[in-house]
Design a protein around this ligand. Sequence first.
Ligand SMILES: *[C@@H]1O[C@H](CO)[C@@H](O)[C@H](O)[C@H]1NC(C)=O
Ligand SMILES: *[C@@H]1O[C@H](CO)[C@@H](O)[C@H](O)[C@H]1NC(C)=O
Ligand SMILES: *[C@@H]1O[C@H](CO)[C@@H](O)[C@H](O)[C@H]1NC(C)=O
Ligand SMILES: *[C@@H]1O[C@H](CO)[C@@H](O)[C@H](O)[C@H]1NC(C)=O
Ligand SMILES: *[C@@H]1O[C@H](CO)[C@@H](O)[C@H](O)[C@H]1NC(C)=O
Length: 454
Amino acid sequence: MLLLLLSLTLAIGSSHGQFPRVCMTEDAQLNKTCCPLWNGSPCGRNAKRGVCVDWKSKRSFKDIQHYDDRLNWPQGHFAFTCECFGNYGGFNCGRCKPGYSGDKCDKPRTVVRKEIRELSVLERRRFFSYLNLAKYTISKNYVILVTGDRHHRGTYKFINATIYDVFAWIHYYAMKPILMNSTFTSKTNYAHAGPAFPGWHRRLLLFLESEIQELMGDEDFTLPYYNWSHEKNCSICTEDFLGSNDLQGNIISSSYFASWGAICSGYNYVDAYCRSAERRFPVENLLRKPGRNPSTRLPTYLDVQHTLKWKTFDTEPFDSTSKYSFRNCLEGFLNPLDGKSEDENMHNMFHDYIGGTMSQVPISGNDPIFILHHAYIDKLYEVWIRKYNATPETYPENNHRGHRPLECAMPFLPCVTNKHLLQTSTAYGYEYTHMDLRDVEHAETSYSSVHVLY
Ligand SMILES: *[C@@H]1O[C@H](CO)[C@@H](O)[C@H](O)[C@H]1NC(C)=O
Ligand SMILES: *[C@@H]1O[C@H](CO)[C@@H](O)[C@H](O)[C@H]1NC(C)=O
Ligand SMILES: *[C@@H]1O[C@H](CO)[C@@H](O)[C@H](O)[C@H]1NC(C)=O
Ligand SMILES: *[C@@H]1O[C@H](CO)[C@@H](O)[C@H](O)[C@H]1NC(C)=O
Ligand SMILES: *[C@@H]1O[C@H](CO)[C@@H](O)[C@H](O)[C@H]1NC(C)=O
C-alpha cells in the first residue's frame, strides 16, 4: 500500500475514452454536448487549453436514425466535443497528450515498454497488483453503454464499470457488427479487418496505460509485451506470471486472475451491447487453454520476419482478403510467406492458440494476456513503421466505416484520426526495449527461461 501513498503527488497522463461520465447526464445527452468544464470554462477555453467544436462545422452530419450509433464517431452521440490545443489532451483538455507532462504540458517525456520477462520480480508483481486494482476500482472518468436492443436509443443505459472493464468493454464495443439501415454487417468492424487495425489497438493500449498511470499516481508505469516469436508454448501461462490453468481452462486460484469475471461474456447476440454487465446475467470467469487447439501453434520468428518484409501498409479491398498487405499479414488473415494465400497466423493465431476467453475475440480484452500480446503486435507495427519510414500519409484512402483516414478512432475522445495513429510511437511518448532494427532482424540472443529469472 506504499504505492497508494505515492499516488497523490503526480498529475498525469492523457486520458481519452468513452463515455465520459460527466457527458452522460440527461442535460448533456439532450443537447448532445461533451464539452466539460476545466477550471471553470468548457474545454479549458479560458486557459487556452481547447475549445468546444461543433462537428457539423467539420464534417457533414448524416442522419443517424436507424443507423449504428458508432458511425462517424463521435457524431452519433455528440454534436459538440472538445478539441484541445497544442499538447493538451483528455476529453476536457484537462490533461496532457501522451508524451508530455507538466502544468502546461510542455515537458516531453518518453516511457519504455519492456518484455515481461525483463521486468524484475518486483516490477512484475507491481504490474499484476496494478491490474488487479484497475479490475476492482470503479472508473471515475467513464461509464459504459449497455442495451439489449441496439435499434432503440430509448433502451440505451450508461452504467458504472471498473477501469479494467471499461478497457475490455471498449474492445467489445468496437467489434460489434455494424448496423446499417436495420441490417447488420460484419465484414469489417471499427477495430479489425481493415487498415485501422494496428493504430486502433495502439490507441486502446494507450488508454489503459494512462488510466492505470492516473489510478496509481505512477507516471512511469508502462504495459509490458510478450515476445512470443521464439516460444514453443505459452511460457508465461505459469503461476509466477499470468497464472496457470486446469484442464477445463480455469485459472489456478493462486493467481489474481482466477477470480476475474469476463465482462460482456455470454449473450453475444448482435442486437445487444453487453447485457451481462448489468449483473442481471451470469458472467463467466476467465478461461485459458493454451496449446489445446491442435489446429493452432504460436507464430514463429520466420512468420514475423516474413510479415515485416511486406512494404505496402495495406492493399485493396482493405479487408481480410487483402493480399501483399503488411496489415493483413500482421492481423493474421494472410500467409506472410507468399502474401497471397489465406491463412490463420500472427495476431489471430495467438488468440486462438491461447484459447478460452482469448479465442472469443470480442471479449478477449478481459484476459490480461491480451495486453501483452497486443503490446507485442504494436511493437511489430513500430518496427515496420521505422523500417519503411512510414508517416500518416502512408495511411490509405478506403471506404470502410471506421477505417477511413480522417475518421476518429472510435470511441476515443478527443478525436485522433486513423491516419495519425500511423506514425512512430515516440509521437505518443513511448518506446520499446530492443528496438535496434539490426537487433530485431538478426538477434540470436534469447530470453532466459522463466525459472532462471524468477
Ligand atoms: C448543454 O447542456 C449543458 C448542461 O445543461 C450546458 O452546460 C451546456 O452549455 C449546453 N451546451 C450547449 C452547446 O447548448
Ligand atoms: C457509480 O459510480 C459513481 C462514482 O464512483 C457513484 O457515485 C455511483 O453511486 C455509482 N452508481 C451506481 C448505480 O453504482
Ligand atoms: C440506407 O437507406 C437510405 C434511405 O433509404 C439510403 O439512401 C442508403 O443508401 C441506404 N444505405 C445503405 C448502406 O444501404
Ligand atoms: C512449455 O514447455 C516447456 C518445455 O517442454 C515445459 O517445461 C513447460 O512446462 C511448458 N509450459 C507450459 C505452460 O505448458
Ligand atoms: C523477440 O525475441 C527474439 C529472441 O530473443 C529476438 O531475436 C527478436 O529480436 C525479438 N523480436 C522483437 C520484435 O522483439
